[in-house]
Ligand binder design. Structure first.
Ligand code: XMP
Length: 310
């Protein structure tokens, strides 16, 4: 894949598809949506409205990081607060697919529909990549951003068209295009992060308390493994509890799983051999999070496991 040629072709295609209309772009700060933002901004300039949706499911400091990184690129990004809407939609749900569906519906039927109507846009951009499509079609899991491939016509269902300029690329291709577009390494080399965000890393119901634990654990893992050569690293909060001791007393506490993988494109993966010293430090820091008394390291390759837990 020639990144320059891809950019030229997609920019022309976006201009042809959008015509004189306005478009909306949802930016999560992952490499896929960052590339879509930069491409669509290059093609449409001020006719593009880029929005960071604060779902309440994001990592610590995410809104500030994303808006700041794009401000430096002179691409304006608005941040909208949809935390209550997402947490409300997830309340009481424990089934993984039901949680994914609730997030999809809140994004498309709720937040995006409103934004599209209010800004009179006809098109919504999307960072779908080839792997998302393949895994959804294969029935492995419903990626939150897949619509047409599961029989949803967004025009009919939600009242707008969806454009997916990256649908022919895999992660490694997206990173090449990111660098060619001049995105800084903090975006172009960013480890993958799923659309359903921290909700993909909470087994069972997603509540503020659960989110606070997984957010704190994620910050520890990302800091400790930032210099590693892993494809992705993450923390997961299990629903089960385990007996432990804190301050000399019995505690029936929470269990956090740490996962770090080697992979080329996330279709298959193997566990990283993280140095014991690093694992020890991660374990000490994670079990210092109030209520957490176990920290486990996941050795499972994909398959049979997937990367995320829901
Ligand atoms: P799984 O868990 O399916 O993950 O083995 C494969 C890769 O995809 C990411 N992932 C997602 N990305 N929307 C996304 O944009 C999703 O719903 C989603 N689910 C998983 C995951 O982080 C990994 O890199």
């Amino acid at each position: 894949m020639n990144a320059e040629r891809f950019i030229e072709k997609q920019t022309a295609e976006i201009r042809a598809e959008v015509g004189a209309d306005r478009a909306i772009n949802a930016l999560s700060g992952g490499v896929d949506s960052s590339v879509v933002t930069a491409l669509a901004h290059r093609a449409l300039g001020r006719r593009l409205r880029s929005i960071f949706v604060d779902t309440g499911l994001m990592r610590a400091g995410e809104p500030e990081f994303v808006v700041g990184a794009f401000r430096r690129l002179r691409i304006p990004v608005e941040c909208i607060d949809a935390r209550a809407e997402f947490l409300g939609a997830l309340r009481g749900l424990t089934d993984p697919e039901a949680k994914r569906r609730a997030i999809t519906d809140t994004f498309y039927r709720g937040v995006f529909s409103r934004l599209v109507r209010e800004s009179d846009a006809k098109v919504l951009f999307h960072g779908t990549i080839l792997t998302d499509i393949e895994e959804t079609v294969a029935g492995i899991k419903r990626q939150h951003n897949i619509l047409a491939q599961v029989g949803i016509d967004p025009q009919k269902a939600y009242g707008y068209r969806v454009l997916e300029p990256l649908r022919t690329l895999r992660k490694d291709g997206v990173r090449k295009v990111a660098s060619a577009l001049g995105l800084p390494d903090s975006l172009a080399r960013r480890i993958p992060f799923p659309g359903p965000a921290l909700a993909a890393r909470i087994v069972g119901e997603v509540t503020e308390d659960e989110l606070a634990i997984v957010r704190a654990a994620t910050a520890v893992v990302e800091e400790e493994l930032a210099a590693s050569r892993a494809f992705q690293y993450l923390a997961v909060l299990l629903k089960d509890r385990a007996t432990g001791i804190r301050d000399g007393r019995r505690e029936f506490g929470r269990i956090v799983v740490v996962r770090s993988i080697r992979s080329r494109d996330a279709r298959t993966a193997t566990a990283m051999r993280v140095p014991w010293k690093t694992l020890d430090r991660i374990c000490a820091r994670i079990t210092a999070i109030p209520g957490v008394n176990r920290c486990l390291y996941d050795l499972t390759p994909k398959p049979p496991a997937t990367v995320e837990y829901i």
